[in-house]
Design a protein. Structure first.
Ligand code: C5P
Length: 229
């Protein structure tokens, strides 16, 4: 018998990567940011100048790479420092760049990429005691997760958060209009792909974070877990 699993899914910029590490810390669970895995593979493909639609080359790449995610440290103001390596290169900052963000959905739609990464995710969560965030955790990776959360927010709010985030990280000044368009496109690609598309599991609890502080969202998830488990 395995320990419980929390699945946190939702569209781009809904707050998953901010909220989930803190939930893990409070509840003493392992944490896995599955988006970081798709981002790391995308970074590597771009770095090796592999064409995004060369599925055979990308399949080869993903079968041979080693992704390592460090247990996040929660910094002041709740920001997690989530270190990520691929083939021993530290790509923590690089995987959040606008360039990786622009190509990640095309890579994440590929069958071989998903098969390899989902297998690693299932292995990681084999014994439970883990909270995972992504797009397909509650629907595909762990459809039997004990608690499923679907985080949402309006496109406008998500673009606003991303703008602040990119600026703080010194990754550029982007207009809200541009960011809204990017987020809209990425959601569309993630929701319409053939394999394990982004959608809310029928038994997931939706939390709209538009008017909620980060701490409130964290508290809600922690309470739901304690009520259920
Ligand atoms: O969550 P994040 O924005 O970092 O995810 C980046 C991208 O990785 C998503 O837009 C999606 O294309 C892909 N992804 C996925 N399945 C997951 C997590 C992320 O397809 N479980």
């Amino acid at each position: 018998t395995r320990r419980p699993i929390i699945a946190i899914d939702g569209p781009a910029g809904s707050g998953k990567t901010t909220v989930t590490p803190k939930v893990a810390e409070i509840l003493g669970l392992l944490y896995l940011d599955t988006g970081a895995m798709y981002r790391a593979v995308t970074w590597l493909a771009l770095d090796k100048k592999i064409l995004i639609n060369d599925e055979a080359a990308i399949a080869e790449l993903v079968s041979q790479c080693t992704i390592r995610l460090e247990k996040p440290e929660i910094l002041a103001n709740n920001t997690p420092s989530l270190r990520v390596w691929i083939n021993d290169q530290d790509v923590t900052t690089a995987i959040r760049s606008p360039n990786v963000t622009a190509y990640v959905s095309a890579i994440a739609a590929q069958k071989a990429v998903r098969a390899t990464l989902v297998e690693q995710q299932r292995t990681y969560g084999r014994n439970g005691g883990v909270v995972m965030d992504g797009r397909d955790i509650g629907t595909y990776v762990f459809p039997d997760a004990e608690l499923k959360i679907f985080l949402t927010a309006s496109v406008q709010e998500r673009a606003r958060r991303r703008q602040i985030d990119l600026k703080e990280k010194g990754q550029g000044d982007f207009s809200l209009e541009q960011l809204e368009a990017d987020i809209y496109e990425r959601d569309k690609k993630d929701s319409s792909r053939a394999i394990a598309p982004l959608r809310q599991a029928s038994d997931a609890i939706e939390i709209n974070t538009d008017h909620l502080a980060i701490d409130t969202v964290i508290d809600q998830i922690v309470s739901l877990y304690r009520e259920k488990i």
